[in-house]
Ligand binder design. Sequence first.
Ligand code: FES
Length: 107
Amino acid sequence: MNKVKGKAIGTKMVLVMRTEEGIFGSNALCRHMAWPMHWGGKIKDGCLRCPLHQTTYHPEDGSVNEWSPAHYFPAYGRFLGKLRTPSSLKTYDVREHDGYVEIDLNS
Ligand code: FES
């Protein structure tokens, strides 16, 4: 449970996240500064956390939970957070079928 995997599909990098609430898909690049979240992204307290500045997103709809808090140095996080307007991750419909995960990039 609480796993994050990245997968290249054509020119897109997508994330598949498995949480206690289900399985979800999104764009893999953090909306803050485009960190590829399959490199160190984790699900914690029901949210996807980017490892770079610790922005968190709700996996089910991609909405922002917390924008660039950088808990290791909050003043730095606030400064970096102002460089970009908070925005949600693009999400995709995901389902499991015959042991495979299917993601609808047109959703
Ligand atoms: S790049 Fe993800 S929080 Fe800054």
